[in-house]
Design a protein around this ligand. Sequence first.
Ligand SMILES: *[C@@H]1O[C@H](CO)[C@@H](O)[C@H](O)[C@H]1NC(C)=O
Ligand SMILES: *[C@@H]1O[C@H](CO)[C@@H](O)[C@H](O)[C@H]1NC(C)=O
Length: 335
Amino acid sequence: MKNFLIILTIFVISATKIEAEDSFSGNIESKRFCPPSNSSTCQYVPFYVVSDSTKIQSDNYEITSAKRDENVKGFKFFYDGDGLNPNVEFLPIKLSQFFPKLMFYKVNYQGIKSIKKVNFEGLTSLENLELKDNEIVEIAPGTFDDLYQLRSLNLFNNKLKKIDEFLLKNNQKLLSIDISMNQISELAPKTFENQQELKELSIWSCGLLAIDENLFKNLNKLEELDLRYNEFWQLPVEVFNGLKNVKFINLSKNKITYLDERIFNENKNLEKISLYQNRIHALSSKTFDGLKKLIIIDLGWNKCIDKRYGSWDKDELLSQSKINEMKTDLDRDCK
Ligand SMILES: *[C@@H]1O[C@H](CO)[C@@H](O)[C@H](O)[C@H]1NC(C)=O
Ligand SMILES: *[C@@H]1O[C@H](CO)[C@@H](O)[C@H](O)[C@H]1NC(C)=O
């Protein structure tokens, strides 16, 4: 009887263990894919779709049940439940041993907590990486080092507190970066140093308290910059100087009190600027001088103008320029 109980206990323990173990399954499906590097070459390609019975709760999980297939171009986690998938907390390691030619890696609405280099090692063809709506707190330095072809990186809505200054050093072909909805209060000056091809940068709702004057220095192809819903109250005079091609800058819902009149001097291609809902109380009419392409300025919901810091004449600005839409309540003088 005693022996039977021991055997039963062992059986129960090992059965529980089996249930807690990680597991992986999925299928190859044909899906339409347009590589970000050339969207005119859309085609149906084999995607590996990970099923929602998959469970990965160890950060060293290695797939054992897939076959090596160089034709597979996409890898995607599927989850049909509400909220985030509670079963997938980490990505598999050494994926490139199975799918060395992956171009597209999509892991949205999972419960991913952290990522590291061994998750992406060898994925030298990867162009599009989507990790939005996860719970990533940490990205280890070097994680993206092998992703030389990466064009689009989406880390929207995670729990990042920090981006390593050299995280993107090898991703020199990036066209689009989205790190919005994280809790990064500070970005090191060289974070985007090698992103000279970048066209779109979204850093909204990140709790940014300040922006280093060199952060955007090399982004001379950037067209759209989204800095909405942050916490900064001033901007260095030279912060936008490198943005020779920028068309839209959205600075709405920050705490900006004052803008130097030279701040947009180098942004000759600027078409739309939003400073909606800040705390501006001083603006010189010269702030938008020479911006011949500017058509929309949104200065709505700011403070009254304190003329001690420069004169502001809305009608003069409108009569001199091509601006066809200007919202402002800066025509009130401070009492
Ligand atoms: C995109 O692909 C098409 C068809 O293969 C090719 O003709 C074109 O030159 C490519 N464009 C770029 C920017 O690589
Ligand atoms: C800037 O952001 C605000 C708030 O999200 C939005 O309402 C506005 O349309 C944006 N402005 C431009 C010019 O994109």
